[in-house]
Design a protein around this ligand. Structure first.
Ligand SMILES: [Zn+2]
Length: 131
């Protein structure tokens, strides 16, 4: 299954790059943003599902051991650990998890495996490969 994973590849190519995630960990495209996302960088980050940290570079990867259920479990577990599900009823929790899966699937279906992607708010786009 195609998923998004954190990558250090091409980190530093952009002056505002940062990467506090673990190499290869699953990431999502949805993150809550503060009131100054351009200044602090949260509007450019892909939140890591394991570390709860973020990176500005993610890669479309094919992980054969993943399927929609395991990805949903990873998203739910991350949201739960982060306290994001605490005030939601079960239907709202399911909806939030589904929103993440939809966004991840849309990005993964738009780009081939190995594509390094960046994010700016709700826009995810491929990073040009270094020559
Ligand atoms: Zn911020």
């Amino acid at each position: 299954m195609k998923v998004l994973v954190a990558t250090h590849e091409s980190q530093g190519a952009h002056p505002d790059d940062y990467c506090a995630t673990l190499e290869g960990e699953l990431v999502t495209t949805l993150g809550s943003e503060c009131c100054s996302p351009d200044m602090c960088g949260c509007g450019r980050g892909f939140p890591g599902l394991a570390s709860s940290m973020a990176t500005t570079t993610a890669m479309v990867a094919d992980l054969p051991h993943m399927n929609p259920d395991t990805l949903a479990g990873a998203v739910r577990d991350s949201l739960e650990r982060g306290g994001w599900l605490g005030y939601l009823d079960p239907a709202e929790q399911d909806e939030l998890v589904a929103d993440h899966l939809i966004e991840i699937r849309e990005v993964c279906s738009a780009f081939p495996i190995g594509t390094i992607v960046c994010r700016s708010g709700s826009r995810v786009f491929p990073r040009p490969r270094a020559a």
